[in-house]
Design a protein around this ligand. Structure first.
Ligand code: FES
Length: 219
């Protein structure tokens, strides 16, 4: 496979031509906030709008998960325009997220905490109205608990679940502020056919899907 040379934040990097910029940066130890991308998923969802970077020659920041690397590309992950967009997206997300890290099993491995630190942003936003939802928590499954109030709607669980023939437990339901990830007909998780592979838990970046026994997930 052809390789290309690119520069990210002044670091010269060799990458496979066409590989998405997000993965090239992460593989080379350069963090870019991201929630919805999954390396195994070839269809880019680009729903979280947190992975903005600036690419020389482009007037506007671009989502790193959507951009294939090309020879000579010069990228900045710390440009002011990109950071401003990412911070706004993060604040919007956090305006409806319950911040109860002290009682959350994902605290310490939560992607939201990592993103906040990277962006220099607060988990509790003061600039936007607090729009927390109070949806029922589903603990009907024998292995895991689903708390839709902590869901960032990244869609990772939806995609990974669909990779199992006959599974596809998760899907998006409703629109706008009412949008949730749910089962078909919004049945309780425990009542739905599930292979218990628990891959949904390993890809969840927040505390929305957690093991009942407190086991750590790997995302
Ligand atoms: S990771 Fe790029 S838009 Fe979500």
């Amino acid at each position: 496979m052809k390789t290309v040379s690119i520069t990210i934040d002044g670091n010269e990097i060799t990458a496979r031509e066409g590989e998405k910029l997000l993965w090239v940066a992460l593989d080379n130890g350069i963090y870019i906030p991201n929630l919805c991308a999954l390396r195994e998923n070839p269809e880019v969802f680009a729903g979280c709008r947190l992975c903005f970077v600036e690419v020389e020659g482009n007037n506007r920041p671009v989502a790193a998960c959507t951009v294939p690397v090309t020879e000579g590309m010069v990228v900045s992950t710390r440009g002011e325009k990109a950071l401003r967009l990412a911070r706004s997206g993060f604040e919007l997300l956090m305006s409806s997220h319950p911040v109860d890290c002290a009682h959350c099993t994902r605290s310490g491995s939560c992607e939201l905490q990592k993103i906040a630190k990277h962006l220099g942003a607060k988990l509790k936003t003061k600039r936007l109205r607090n729009l927390q939802r109070h949806l029922p928590i589903d603990d009907s499954h024998p292995l895991f608990i689903y708390n839709p109030n902590k869901c960032a709607l990244c869609g990772r669980c939806v995609w990974i679940c669909r990779q199992h023939p006959g599974a596809g437990v998760f899907g998006f339901a409703h629109r706008g502020f009412e949008r949730v990830i749910s089962t078909f007909c919004e049945e309780p998780m425990g009542a739905y056919k599930c292979e218990n592979c628990t891959e949904c838990i390993s890809v969840c970046p927040t505390g929305a899907l957690v093991f009942k026994n407190g086991e750590e997930q790997s995302a």
